[in-house]
Design a protein around this ligand. Structure first.
Ligand SMILES: NC(=O)c1ccc[n+]([C@@H]2O[C@H](COP(=O)([O-])OP(=O)(O)OC[C@H]3O[C@@H](n4cnc5c(N)ncnc54)[C@H](O)[C@@H]3O)[C@@H](O)[C@H]2O)c1
Ligand SMILES: O[C@H]1[C@H](O)[C@@H](O)[C@H](O)[C@@H](O)[C@H]1O
Length: 335
């Protein structure tokens, strides 16, 4: 069987990381093309990884030389590029968020459904992280009884100054939205986002950190603190509280002081370090499934459901009130 020929669209932080991963760590796949409006960036990476540089992302997607696409462009261009992937029958691993709002995400789900074949997998990589996966296995085993609630912490060392309050919901909190839906196997029906006084280390008007509460259809709840300018390092924790015990992931051992880049031991600087294994497993399983003509991970529906929750979250962020999540009827959309 010949290697899956992969093209990467958008080769900034995440796209360059995935391109490198395809070349160095993924079996059964070959990087053949990269595309980015920043020509110098694409050219540098293409030369280093021996991949063709294509100026127009849509041309890369349409190319007969590309079997499957990794989409790591900014979220606001995902919809157009996903439609192109569907039009050309190209399997695609699309970085989160699927699209910028629930309406366009639902259009993507519907367009894919019409094709009668799942081509889209969404980059909610935490599902592939060995710690999260072990926690899910434990909770699903029923050993701790029913899971009642989740406490989540999501902290980035810092983000670019272009990162606004809405992005904290749509780009960062969206991971906990997916984790909660996945761990509970239930939809989020209501979301409340509140903000304490913001850190003084960001521009005026940026509401960082944020605290959210998710209420799920099965009666469970999840809270999350998202703080994207924590200064110290990258920290993602999740504690599941069940009837007969709790399970926590993302903890180092011992000392609880966080200062000067240290917490017990060293803290990872960013998601590429903390979730390296998750990204590796995600891409390998996506390649293997694509060769079989399937997906093996979060679907377009998962991307849509997360977009719908984030949209309600943004409304709650501005009103401070709980907002019901409006979700299309899955059985009607997917038949
Ligand atoms: N799963 C994760 O943990 C994770 C981590 C970081 C980023 N992401 C996601 O990955 C995507 C990229 O984020 P990033 O941090 O790499 O951003 P980035 O700004 O570093 O890179 C984005 C790249 O896309 C290019 N670009 C701009 N418009 C484009 C277009 N129309 N077509 C193709 N490329 C275009 C930019 O020139 C840039 O090189 C986003 O969707 C983001 O949410 C996911
Ligand atoms: O785009 C990134 C990425 O999704 C990371 O996993 C998350 O921790 C960041 O907050 C977000 O900005």
């Amino acid at each position: 069987m010949s290697d899956l020929r992969v093209g990467v669209v958008g080769v900034g932080v995440m796209g360059a990381d995935h391109a490198e991963r395809v070349v160095r760590k993924t079996a059964g796949a070959r990087l053949v093309a990269v595309s980015d409006p920043d020509w110098a960036r694409a050219e540098g990476l293409g030369a280093r990884l021996d991949a063709r540089v294509v100026a127009d992302p849509l041309e890369l997607i349409a190319s007969n030389e590309v079997d499957a696409v990794i989409l790591a462009s900014p979220g606001f261009v995902h919809a157009e590029q996903l439609f192109a992937c569907l039009e050309h029958g190209k399997p695609v691993l699309c970085e989160k968020p699927l699209t910028m709002d629930a309406a366009s995400a639902l259009q993507v789900v519907e367009r894919e459904h019409k094709l009668g074949r799942q081509l889209i997998q969404v980059g909610f990589m935490r599902r592939f992280d060995p710690e999260y996966a072990a926690m899910k296995q434990l909770l699903d085993s029923g050993e701790l009884g029913r899971t009642l609630l989740l406490h989540n912490v999501h902290r980035n060392k810092s983000v670019p100054t272009t990162f606004r309050s809405e992005m904290i919901v749509r780009d960062s909190m969206v991971h906990e939205v997916d984790v909660a839906r996945w761990l509970f196997g239930s939809e989020i029906t209501r979301i409340t986002v509140r903000t304490p006084q913001p850190t003084s280390l960001v521009a005026d008007g940026v509401l960082d950190p944020q605290l959210a509460l998710f209420e799920l259809a099965n009666g469970a709840m999840a809270d999350v603190e998202v703080f994207v300018n924590f200064q110290v390092g990258y920290e993602v924790r999740c504690e599941a509280v069940a009837e007969r015990g709790s399970a926590t992931i993302g903890l180092g051992a011992g000392v609880f002081t966080r200062a000067g880049g240290q917490w017990g031991g060293a803290m990872p600087a960013d998601f590429r370090v903390r979730f390296e294994q998750a990204y590796d497993i995600e891409v390998q399983r996506w390649v293997d499934a694509t060769v079989r003509g399937e997906i093996d991970g979060p679907s377009a529906w998962d991307g849509y459901a997360a977009a719908a929750v984030c949209e309600a979250g943004l409304e709650s962020l501005s009103s401070g009130r709980p907002v019901e999540v409006t979700l299309a009827d899955r059985s009607k959309v997917l038949g």
